[in-house]
Design a protein. Structure first.
Length: 146
């Protein structure tokens, strides 16, 4: 099955939580954790990886927290997925390696189709910004289980 891992899903939620506020709004990680229903055990690792990838800025202290380093319109789902999952490849044969990896590489009709599907998926992921997601989230009421 092709799917993102749970940590990536939580990372998307963290960025979305920040994107729902005006730029330079700083939120405590505990607030984001509660709002986005992220288990406490995951939060520190997710924030550290988002910060290392340059997708959030962290601030220590009483007025500390997290904020986006740039407008939400400049951050895409692809950015977050690649920060947590690495390069997105539908098949191992899509990796840039030597010609000896696959005896069918030069004439493979499947590889060319994988390439088209992969390019379409990457293009779609790169077209979805967190500004788009935040606008949609703000217009749709969130139902939180009691």
């Amino acid at each position: 099955m092709l799917q993102i891992n749970r940590q990536t899903d939580y990372a998307i939620r963290v960025v979305l939580a920040l994107a729902k506020y005006p730029q330079r709004t700083r939120l405590a990680s505990a607030v984001i954790q509660r709002e986005m229903m992220i288990p406490k055990a995951f939060m520190a690792r997710i924030v550290a990886q988002l910060a290392a990838s340059g997708l959030v800025q962290t601030f220590a202290g009483r007025d500390g927290g997290l904020e986006l380093p740039c407008p939400a319109s400049e951050i895409t789902i692809k950015d977050v997925v690649e920060a947590f999952e690495g390069p997105i490849l539908l098949s191992e044969c899509m990796q840039a390696r030597g010609e000896d990896d696959c005896p069918f590489r030069a004439d493979c009709p499947v590889r060319s189709k994988w390439g088209r599907v992969q390019a379409a998926m990457l293009r779609e992921m790169a077209s979805v910004t967190f500004d788009d997601l935040a606008m949609e989230a703000l217009s749709t009421p969130l139902v939180v289980p009691a």
